[in-house]
Design a protein around this ligand. Structure first.
Ligand code: NAD
Length: 459
């Protein structure tokens, strides 16, 4: 950040830089992507320290959920960028000939990227990769709720790029609002649905396009034709990773009543296997981000019978990996995204009950189904809507670079990762090239007698 400048002055400097067209050069873009990769690799220790301080994130979760996503996205973008940026020729019908038509990607300009605190590094860098690949300048606003990582992101960016190209503006909600009051060429926001609405309202004032990467209540259906041990392990990992604070974590489980008890037993075994007898002492188990958030979520423990876990400690922001049973669909814990290590279990006897319950909620970011039954898979895919789906696993779809990632309805607008990131930060300009070779006079006045001929040509 350029300390002495106001936000509008920073934006103006970026606009001036963007006007030089330097960012449009493909080799320049590739060079900048390599710079980020190098900076992330060199900062590994500092990244681990910042995420430990903010979320008690173990290094392997930093690697899986933050740094490897960034480096994979960079490698993929570098590999495909020349192809993505090529103008694409499209066909033309007879009446336009002789001519050619092309779709030409162009950068949007100066973009704003606002991040959330739960994967505070990756949620800034992954969209930034798309912004750079597409040829934009960018202002980044990491979440103030993860202050160590926000500070580190600012340092890495300041070391890597001139501020008239890419810069960080650190700060809280007020800073975010000051940024949102400015005119950008695109706003990429990751956060909660209610703040997403505020962002979209602010963007509308300047007619700025938005990508909203929001949250939701991700259902996890478990039917009875599965490998229970493996299912339990995959649900336990996806739910309790980052202490339940993942936008794609399974929010609640809908289980076939015939296997509910077996599933609960296996989840208990997996928790024990992963985090030992007392997860509080495990180096591999995270913490709730802060005491304010702890107080908001701890009340969910009262919304069912605690069958696994339930221990809490506010001083340490600790909530044990917890499973609650006998949860009413009307309970508080079922009304909003949990975003905590608390897993409600609801049983069904017929899949249509599970589908009805899912469809009674706004469209989620992710939906999980554990079943090898192809008909059931098809039925769930056809009768529900969600940002994405993962069958027989959890969370992994987020890391697949070739799959666009994003929500639908309340869980978001737009998508990114891989080519989708490039598309998000590009405008596809339609260009028609005409020649002087031949000029069909039928379209020019006077029109008398020309319509039947025109209809013959156009059809
Ligand atoms: P949040 O919406 O509270 O904050 C996100 C960002 O918005 C922060 O940088 C914050 O400073 C800013 N902000 C907060 N209130 C604001 C306001 N009133 N006006 C303007 N800016 C404001 O979200 P969070 O608590 O940081 O993150 C948790 C949420 O994010 C969860 O709902 C989670 O599911 C979602 N999330 C989604 C994804 C995804 O990729 N779809 C990824 C991670 C998190």
């Amino acid at each position: 950040m350029i300390a002495s400048l106001s936000i509008s002055e920073i934006i103006q400097k970026q606009r001036n830089f963007w006007q030089t067209s330097k960012t449009k050069d493909i080799n320049f873009r590739i060079e900048q992507l390599r710079t980020i990769k190098q900076a992330v690799i060199e900062s590994e220790t500092a990244i681990n320290q910042a995420l430990k301080a903010d979320l008690n994130k173990p290094p392997i979760e930093v690697y899986i959920g933050e740094t490897s996503i960034i480096t994979k996205e960079i490698d993929y973008a570098i590999k495909h960028l020349k192809n993505w940026t090529k103008p694409r020729k499209v066909g033309l019908s007879l009446e336009y000939l002789p001519a050619t038509a092309r779709i030409v990607p162009e950068p949007l300009g100066v973009v704003l990227i606002i991040g959330a605190w739960n994967y505070p590094m990756q949620l800034i860098f992954a969209p930034l990769i798309g912004a750079i690949a597409a040829g934009n300048c960018a202002i980044l606003k990491p979440s103030e709720i993860a202050p160590h990582t926000s500070d580190l992101v600012a340092k890495i960016i300041a070391k890597s790029f001139p501020p008239e190209y890419i810069t960080v503006v650190e700060g809280d909600v007020e800073t975010s609002q000051q940024l949102l009051a400015q005119k950008f060429d695109h706003i990429f926001f990751t956060g909660g649905t209610s703040v997403g609405k505020i962002v979209m309202e602010a963007a509308a004032k300047n007619l700025t396009s938005v990508t909203l990467e929001l949250g939701g209540k991700n259902p996890c259906i478990v039917d009875n034709d599965i490998n229970i041990e493996c299912t339990a392990r995959r649900i336990t990992w996806g739910k309790f990773l980052n202490a339940g604070q993942s936008c794609v974590a399974p929010d609640y489980v809908l289980v076939n009543h015939q296997i509910k008890n077996d599933l609960l037993n296996e989840i208990q075994k997996s928790i024990q296997e992963f985090y030992g007898d007392n997860p509080k002492n495990s180096p591999d188990y995270g913490r709730i981000i802060n005491q304010k958030r702890f107080q908001q979520i701890v009340k969910f423990l009262q919304d069912g019978d605690i069958v696994i876990g339930g221990e809490t400690n506010i001083d340490d922001c600790y909530i044990a990996p917890t499973v609650i049973d006998n949860v009413s669909p009307q309970a508080r814990v079922m009304q909003s995204e949990i975003f905590a290590p608390i897993l409600p279990i609801i049983e069904y006897s017929d899949i249509s009950q599970a589908i009805t319950l899912i469809n009674s909620h706004p469209k989620p970011l992710a939906l999980y189904l554990f079943s090898d039954n192809k008909n059931l898979q098809q039925k769930v895919l056809q009768t529900t809507s969600s940002g994405g789906v993962c069958i027989n696993d959890t969370v992994l779809q987020f890391g697949v670079t070739s799959l666009p990632f994003g929500g639908v309805g309340n869980s978001g607008i737009g998508s990114y990762h891989g080519k989708a990131s490039f598309d998000t930060f590009s405008h596809y300009k339609s260009v028609l090239y005409r020649y002087f070779l031949f000029d069909l006079k039928l379209r020019y006045p006077p029109y008398a007698g020309k319509l039947p001929w025109l209809k013959r040509i156009i059809g």
